[in-house]
Design a binder for this molecule. Structure first.
Ligand code: HEM
Ligand code: CA
Length: 777
């Protein structure tokens, strides 16, 4: 029985007498503010979850744990005994490991010792041949089109601060790199990869002007000013990984076969069999909570398709395109599909995510996907993620953002986006914001509008208080306050509902007491999003989308509101919508998905079907080479699912009909099925991954709003910080209502109404209001 006897598991409690106490790998870094750990760790180390100890060889531990105890080789018992030490967190409730709080000197390039067996001349020749093969491969597909798709780019390889975030040259270079490595692997029968040293092209990043800037950069660069850290979390910078990628060829080919040798089930087959559309309203959280989650997701992550124009399926969807572009990874649809078959669809378009050029100092490369927005929670969905984009969004007057203002709308709306294809062709209105995805869903536009109004409200008020401030100062000061409010709402109201109080404590996520500064910043914490987090864990939100939105004047199929926000021109629509989504429960996080997402996403004009987002999520996981679910269970210190029956008899038997082995289950599939953790909405594996990521967002952000003068060049004065600490989502909504006299709000704006959370009038005295007098010069 795999994992059957749990007493031997590394994370099972129990004492041991090992003497070698530390993660004995080099360069490991720990957050400095870990609390709750018992003092059983040696000096200079602290007790954390395995997930947060990146430089211990986590994969070896996971692999070791994947064997039944009686099959674990004695040679590897060291994982249980010697080189690291168990400890407990939260009064012994959770197991952790002792990790160094400060990195030791890097002991150098791990792989160096392997490199010297081939002469430099031979290496060079081999590499040249591989590069030629990759070049010819790309020529076949007229890759020059990639460049044409984005002619605004001004990136020239070494430019320290490209204005455009992810220029097409970078995408092309990344593709060339992985194809070169694949060619190299094949011409050397897999031997060269280990021995070949490429001229180093380390991703070092720019020097950062001492990092004293009061305002954060739009692209997230230079948040960290330590050598080598200036690109951490920057737009266009690769995502991190919690475990090594599971590529089929170790480089970039997706994993397509099971451990047993059988093919993995098609992502669509999984979705249509497992993810049905049934109503299961959440008992505590409302649709605004769902909506805020999507808005937030767009702040920290956006993968970019390698090529947007290439077709992976034939026009009629009956088959895949032969010799398609190398990034094509279309999803097969079976002839017996319960929905798509009636439309004759056998192939669903899927383009792989762009990968970063391989600038790995260790020279051996595999695909690393990029986020094209800044990874920080920094309002990039409001302000854009490059200085050029933010320049275009600004009114250049009074520090305001451009907006559409008309008495008929009761207040401001975002400016119009007249780009072709930005919305459904049937839409009369389409809005421009800092993120291209903002028109996706009508309630997402409401959240964008809320933050736009807040920015302009603050800018106007600040101008009254400080008439001498320039447009630039007003803009940046309002932006600084908006980002602070956003972060405050995320950490005080949103996140605790996602992962529950236990995981907040387990990952030491907290806010400072009212009226005090925090010192969360740890320059060794890399805040970049991980692939596991963005392609799986934080997509939990897709399961919370309701099939119908209960608008003021009646329910409407959710997909009918995709890419068409025209109704915002109705006088009270914004106010009504924001109130409606507070009253309506979101759907629970489970295997139930609305057909709005699994059948009708991106319906093209004249068509009766769209694409399946749940299948895309699974396919995206394979594209990013995220490992199977059980590996992350073990990484989180939990036993893997050793039988399909662990998912219950009904789901279990469906799973058995699809997967050959429980160790094949995709992370998204297994994670979404777990019952919620106490006080949270997601299961324990997603809670672990999400809590880990948000702790990194907090500790890896020098500008985190509550950080004091010691670290944060953009810190608030204490009275200003106190004001921000009083703010809530409810107060933000009320401050920006079209008609505050008639607007209602719940004090816990992400929770459903109940006796302790009754609707309040926006004029009620209990609703805090930001006193901007503290910003008077
Ligand atoms: C009706 C509502 C929503 C729609 C139509 C939608 C649609 C999409 C689409 C089309 C993608 C790109 C899929 C891909 O190609 O890989 C995506 C990605 C994503 N979604 Fe949603 N989504 C919705 C709600 C949400 C919610 C509520 C959350 C979280 C609480 C969320 C989190 C994410 C995340 C984290 C990604 C990955 C972003 C990236 O790195 O590109 N989404 N969504
Ligand atoms: Ca961001």
């Amino acid at each position: 029985i795999v994992d059957g006897t749990r007493t031997n598991d590394l994370f099972a409690q129990g004492s041991d007498n090992e003497t070698n106490p530390l993660c004995n790998t080099f360069f490991f870094v720990l957050p400095s503010t870990v609390t709750n750990s018992r003092s059983e760790c040696p000096p200079e180390s602290s007790c954390v979850r395995l997930l947060q100890c990146p430089d211990i060889d986590r994969m070896s531990i996971v692999r070791y744990l994947s064997r039944p105890p009686h099959l674990r080789p004695p040679t590897e018992r060291r994982w249980e005994n010697a080189v690291w030490r168990r400890c407990t967190i939260m009064n012994g409730e959770f197991a952790g490991i002792c990790c160094r709080t400060h990195p030791l000197n890097d002991t150098g390039d791990k792989k160096m010792s392997l490199l010297s067996t081939m002469s430099y001349h031979d290496q060079k020749q081999l590499l040249q041949r591989a590069e030629e093969i990759a070049f010819h491969e790309l020529q076949k597909y007229h890759t020059n089109d990639i460049m044409e798709e984005d002619s605004s780019s001004n990136f020239h390889g070494g430019l320290p601060f490209p204005d455009d975030v992810l220029p097409s040259e970078v995408v092309l270079e990344g593709l060339q790199d992985v194809l070169t490595w694949q060619a190299l692997e094949s011409i050397s029968n897999g031997t060269a990869i280990e021995y070949l040293q490429r001229p180093k092209r380390c991703l070092v990043g720019p020097a950062c002007d001492k990092g004293h800037s009061r305002y954060r950069r739009f692209d997230g660069r230079c948040n960290n000013i330590e050598p080598g850290g200036s690109l951490w979390g920057a737009a266009g910078y690769p995502m991190e990984r919690l475990l090594p990628p599971a590529y089929g060829d170790g480089i970039w080919a997706p994993r397509i076969v099971s451990y047993t040798g059988r093919y993995l089930p098609s992502a669509r087959k999984l979705s249509s069999t497992l993810f049905v559309d049934l109503h299961n309203p959440h008992a505590a959280c409302n649709v605004l909570f769902m909506q805020f989650g999507q808005f937030l997701a767009h702040d920290f992550s956006r993968n970019k398709a390698i090529k947007t124009t290439a077709k992976c399926c034939t026009e009629d969807g009956t088959s895949r395109v032969k010799d398609a572009f190398p990034g094509c990874m279309p999803i097969p649809v079976s002839s017996g599909d319960d929905f798509y078959s009636q439309h004759g669809i056998r192939c669903m378009h899927f383009m792989r995510s762009a990968v970063a050029p391989i600038r790995d100092c260790h020279s051996v490369g595999h695909g690393r996907q990029l986020s094209s927005v800044s990874h920080f929670i920094d309002g990039s969905a409001i302000y854009g993620t490059s200085s050029k984009q933010s320049h275009d969004l600004r009114a250049h007057e009074g520090g305001r953002l451009k907006s559409l203002f008309h008495r008929r709308f009761h207040n401001e709306l975002p400016p119009l986006d007249r780009t072709k294809d930005a919305c459904d062709p049937a839409a009369d209105m389409c809005f421009l914001t800092g993120d291209v995805r903002s028109n996706q869903l009508i309630s997402l536009v409401a959240v964008h509008t809320l933050f736009l109004r807040e920015h302009n409200r603050l800018a106007r008020h600040l101008q009254k208080l400080n008439p001498h401030w320039s447009d630039g100062t007003l803009f940046q000061e309002a932006r600084r306050i908006v980002i602070a409010q956003l972060q405050h709402i995320v950490y005080s109201e949103y996140l605790p509902k996602v992962v529950g109080p236990q995981y907040m404590s387990l990952y030491s996520i907290h806010l400072p007491a009212h009226g005090t500064y925090s010192e969360f910043y740890n320059p060794h914490t890399n805040p970049s999003v991980s692939s596991e987090f963005t392609v799986a864990a934080f997509r939990f939100g897709h399961s919370t989308v309701p099939s119908k939105l209960e608008l003021q004047d009646g329910p409407i199929d959710t997909w009918h509101t995709f890419l068409n926000p025209t109704r915002f021109r109705e006088r009270t629509f914004y106010d009504d919508l924001l109130w409606a989504i507070q009253r309506q429960p979101m759907q629970s996080v489970d295997e139930l998905f609305s057909t709005s997402l699994t059948r009708f996403l991106n319906v093209k004009p004249g068509k009766q079907h769209g694409v399946d987002l749940a299948a895309i999520n699974i396919q995206r996981g394979r594209d990013h080479a995220v490992r199977p679910y059980n590996d992350y269970r073990r990484l989180g210190g939990k036993p893997g699912a050793y039988s399909f029956d662990d998912f219950g008899p009904d789901v279990g038997s469906k799973m058995r009909s699809l997967y050959a082995h429980p160790d094949d289950i995709d992370l998204y599939v297994g994670g979404i099925m777990e019952p919620p953790v106490e006080g949270g909405v997601v299961g324990e594996t997603f809670a672990e991954l999400i809590a880990d990521q948000f702790s990194k967002f907090q500790r890896g952000d020098r500008y985190f709003y509550s950080n004091g003068p010691e670290t944060n060049p953009g810190h608030f004065t204490m009275p200003q910080l106190k004001e921000i600490q009083r703010m809530t989502m409810a107060s933000l909504i009320c401050a920006n209502a079209g008609n505050a006299n008639q607007m209602h709000v719940l004090s816990d704006a992400f929770g459903l109404p109940h006796d302790g959370n009754r609707p309040m009038d926006c004029t009620a005295s209990e609703i805090p209001r930001l006193d901007l007098n503290w910003w008077r010069d």
